[in-house]
Design a protein around this ligand. Structure first.
Ligand code: ZN
Length: 298
């Protein structure tokens, strides 16, 4: 029975992951400014193109089969190869096109933990397969620990690493002149966050990342989340406040020695489920993640 349930879970996961159809996917281009575009396909991470006299700078690149379509969308905005490609983190829906874009001449940048995780592809471990490294040609060739500042296409772009948030290799990008923030998967509008604790993510790190981002931005900032629609500071703060309240509530229960089943039975996410629970992460999954972290901290 347990085995059947496990297989069912895996099959359902693949069903969820398999839609929408990558074959028929089309990349939509949304102009934020003349030199800043959001490139989007619902099945994978949001990309940002910063274009101009210094060439095409791309943040994230979705799955490998989409590279050609992504490149066509880029050429429609600004002709020329992608010069520099940045990964917000190592998940395949944000870095799957690395090998293809590297072949087209892009230099790939990412946090040092992105390169380390690509060398041992931990996503395969979750499906009980032998870890299989990502080909070396897909790995970032320039890595950093804390961050850096770009001065390209009329923008100062602050790249800063946030520790152990969605994963252990997350980087946020803030475009100073245009007041645009790309959060990678550290934030999704109207969704409970996915905190990948199998890849070094943590709830407290996620909250710290949100605090840093919210300090930096203002009510006029355009936020490109890891997935979904463009967002505002208020959207980010609303999700942050919910996660903080849930973290505090679970911490209190753990201190009172309430069991995981007991905590889940309390339905702590009830008031947020309608607003944030319609995505990949349901309230219960977030509670389980918070619980594991709080128990380990005891
Ligand atoms: Zn991710």
């Amino acid at each position: 029975m347990k085995k059947t349930l496990f297989l069912l879970t895996i099959l359902l996961s693949f069903r969820v992951m398999a839609q929408p159809n990558i074959e028929t996917a089309s990349i939509s281009t949304i102009k934020i400014k003349n030199h800043i575009h959001l490139l989007q396909w619902t099945g994978a991470g949001n990309m940002m193109l910063l274009s101009g006299k210094d060439g095409n700078i791309l943040i994230d690149d979705q799955f490998a089969p989409l590279s050609e379509k992504i490149n066509t969308a880029i050429q429609a905005v600004n002709k020329g190869p992608v010069k520099f490609l940045f990964n917000t983190h190592y998940h395949g829906d944000h870095s799957g096109g690395n090998e293809n874009f590297a072949k087209m001449g892009a230099t790939i940048f990412a946090h040092e933990n992105v390169r380390a995780r690509m060398a041992v592809d931990t996503t395969k471990i979750r499906f009980r397969q032998k870890p299989k490294p990502t080909p070396e040609s897909a790995w970032p060739v320039i890595t950093y620990k804390e961050g850096m500042t770009l001065h390209l296409n009329g923008e100062d772009v602050l790249l800063f690493h946030v520790d152990n948030a969605h994963t252990d290799g997350d980087v946020l990008f803030y475009l100073v002149q245009s007041n645009v923030l790309h959060t990678g998967d550290c934030f999704m509008k109207d969704r409970f966050p996915f905190i990948d604790n199998n890849s070094g993510g943590s709830v407290d790190g996620w909250l710290n990342a949100a605090a840093r981002a919210l300090t930096l931005i203002d009510d006029e900032t355009v936020i490109i989340p890891g997935h979904g629609d463009l967002a505002t500071k208020k959207d980010y703060r609303t999700v942050r406040d919910a996660v903080m309240a849930l973290r505090d509530a679970v911490r209190k229960e753990v201190k009172a020695n309430t069991s995981l089943d007991g905590i889940i039975a309390k339905n702590l996410t009830k008031e947020y489920d309608t607003t944030f629970g319609s995505g990949f992460i349901k309230g219960e999954a977030l509670i389980r993640t918070i619980y594991i972290e709080q128990v380990n901290k005891r």
